[in-house]
Ligand binder design. Structure first.
Ligand code: NDP
Length: 248
């Protein structure tokens, strides 16, 4: 008997990095994983990898910055599996730039995905979790949800927002058997920094990340697995993890 046998886990941003590692980790623990992101072929490769390792998973292509696609993702998951026990709100982008030089379009993308998408997906899964009297929502924040660096203004706006939303969610759902966890990693070796559009900010963050021994996506997946496999009486409110050789 594995610890997450029978559980249905929806993981967003599962086509790379932390989401992909988390999908594999939760499947190893016995969960049936629904892997969501926009790149369908990457999701398919992940599903095949999980199946080859003896796990259960399927994929749903979805842009979780788009309201109708969020609703469709939840509907498809419920149609296929009947319930959602674990939601990992992981999809996110970090488009660093000084406020003066920033593209407003980048701000919009971050707010619509990191914050509004996460909030709307949470809103969409809650009725099912309330009805079943259980559930676990894990939100990916960041060290940038606790401190702000130059060039990180709106990314931090979204992650501070995730922290505030998560705390309210936990306080509102305590009597419903629903657990809520926020994860705050420092630098992790993923594709995240590849998407920065401001060249100077990209060079700076690449230098910071390459000057330390970054966390691996599996390290964050382990933290998420720890939270979701804790006994039902235990709510892991918050996990902050950083590279050992990194201080900020
Ligand atoms: P990656 O860039 O490797 O992964 C991001 C994931 O989000 C991809 O699977 C991507 O898939 C998905 N995604 C992006 N846009 C959308 C969208 N519109 N709809 C659906 N999915 C989308 O980065 P990480 O793994 O590092 O990031 C995961 C989370 O961890 C983010 O929330 C990030 O802020 C957070 N984090 C990361 C840290 C780091 O240092 N790496 C540190 C702290 C927090 P696709 O493009 O296929 O849609």
């Amino acid at each position: 008997m594995k610890r997450l046998d029978g559980k249905i886990a929806l993981v967003t941003g599962a086509s790379s990095g932390i989401g992909e590692a988390t999908a594999r980790r939760l499947a190893e623990e016995g969960a049936t994983v629904v892997a969501a992101a926009r790149r369908a072929e990457r999701l398919q490769a992940l599903v095949e990898r999980i199946h080859a390792a003896g796990g259960k998973a399927d994929a749903v292509q979805a842009d979780v910055a788009v309201g109708e696609q969020i609703d469709a993702l939840v509907r498809t998951t419920l149609d296929r599996h009947g319930r959602i026990d674990i939601l990992v709100n992981n999809a996110g982008v970090m488009l660093l730039a000084p406020i003066q030089d920033a593209r407003v379009e980048d701000w919009r993308r971050m707010v619509e995905l990191n914050l509004l998408g996460l909030m709307q997906l949470t809103h969409a899964v809650l009725p099912g979790m309330y009805a079943q009297g259980s559930g676990h929502i894990v939100n990916l924040s960041s060290l940038a949800g606790r401190s702000v660096m130059p060039g990180g203004s709106v990314y931090s706006v979204t992650k501070f927002g995730v922290n505030a939303f998560t705390e309210a969610l936990r306080k509102e759902t305590v009597k419903q058997g629903i657990r809520v966890t926020v994860i705050e990693p420092g630098p992790v070796a993923t594709e995240l920094i590849e998407h920065v559009t401001d060249p100077a900010s990209k060079a700076r963050i690449t230098e910071v990340f390459s000057s330390i021994e970054q966390l691996q996506p599996e390290d964050v997946a382990d933290a998420i697995a720890y939270a979701v496999t804790a006994p039902p009486r235990v709510n892991i409110n918050e996990i902050l993890l950083t590279p050992t050789d990194y201080a900020r």
